[in-house]
Design a protein around this ligand. Structure first.
Ligand code: CP
Length: 324
């Protein structure tokens, strides 16, 4: 039975029950099969999604825009510098106006300390669903695609070990939204999570506490380590990716200097060999090749990064079809 999710926001998967998320994965698999079979899926005929991007994107923009086209609707790409947001229009006014025209508002706003607050302000005033395309705290669509990928590769997910490891890529301070969303959702599906990061790269304490509570409630494990290899040891799945030490400093030079101290935190074949024989390598992309991961690993047989990227399309189509 499919849950009624019409009008529901997705700011974080934490606001969705496991049953609601299961409905989404079920529909994502159906839509993926329909696309493979060449069947039409025009369930959002004449519906419009507004996509406001405060930050750059390759996967998120194109998978949302392509996705709504495949569902029979239309996606409009909006950049704040071309909107009256640039002249200070309040979030509530933007939300009310766009709600009068279309059926959904999707937002990417990753500025630390600002993005999630902006999304919530839009959601408070919108009468259509607000979909988080990544903020400073959460990246739910990425984690939905990650889970679908793991489920496709392993079938049963309960009891799998997922290693989420920080990697060193000091060219800019990436958001903490991916690791935070991973540790929140994966334990709810019975996946044991080991999170490894240098002490300066800690995540928000309330998110780590929630991840622990989620794991306890689901009978899974959530552990934190400051040793890179712990994420790989006996793992079924690893997601090694970089993020900035934003809870320590938001200053780029200081943050990059901290990160450079840990330049051995690179996913390579030696680290992958610590996992189970069937270990898979995942990364939300873009990956900083040579610093976060060796070409041998990301281009090798254990890597499923392009299946993962493709699944953004399928989970987001399900998300739009269910909520809009
Ligand atoms: N993984 C991800 O969100 O990719 P983009 O930044 O290209 O959208």
């Amino acid at each position: 039975m499919r849950t009624d999710l019409k009008g529901k926001h997705l700011i974080t998967t934490q606001d969705w029950s496991v049953q609601e998320l299961e409905s989404l994965f079920e529909l994502a698999a159906e839509l993926k099969q329909a696309r493979k079979d060449g069947d039409a899926t025009r369930v959002l005929d004449l519906k419009t999604l507004y996509m406001i991007f405060f930050d750059a994107s390759t996967r998120t923009r194109n998978s949302f825009e392509t996705g709504i086209t495949q569902l029979g609707g239309h996606g409009i790409y909006l950049s704040p510098d071309k909107m009256q947001i640039s002249h200070g229009e309040q979030a509530g006014d933007t939300a009310k106006v766009l709600s009068r025209y279309g059926e959904g508002i999707a937002i990417r706003h990753c500025a630390y300390g600002e993005g999630n607050a902006y999304l919530n302000a839009i959601a408070e005033h919108a009468s259509v669903p607000v979909l988080n395309m990544q903020c400073d705290i959460y990246h739910p669509c990425q984690i939905l695609a990650d889970y679908l990928t793991i489920k496709e590769k392993f079938g049963e997910t309960r009891g799998l070990k997922l290693g989420v490891a920080w990697t060193c890529a000091p060219d800019y301070l990436r958001p903490i939204s991916v690791p935070q969303s991973l540790i929140l959702m994966m334990p709810r599906f019975g996946i044991d999570v080991t999170l490894a990061y240098p002490p300066e790269c800690k995540l928000m304490p309330q998110i780590e506490a929630k991840a622990k509570a989620n794991a306890e409630a689901a009978g899974s494990k959530f552990e934190i380590s400051h040793t890179f290899e712990d994420a790989f040891e006996d793992a079924d799945v690893v997601i090694p990716k970089s993020w900035g030490p934003l809870l320590t400093t938001t200053d780029f030079e200081e943050g990059a200097s901290i990160m450079r101290q840990y330049d051995t935190w690179v996913c390579d074949a030696e680290r992958m060999a610590l996992g189970k024989d069937h270990i898979i390598y995942m990364h939300p992309l873009p990956a900083d090749r040579g610093r976060e991961v060796t070409d041998e690993v990301i281009d090798g047989p254990q890597s499923v990064v392009f299946d993962e990227a493709e699944n953004r399309l399928h989970v987001q189509k399900a998300l739009m079809a269910l909520t809009m």
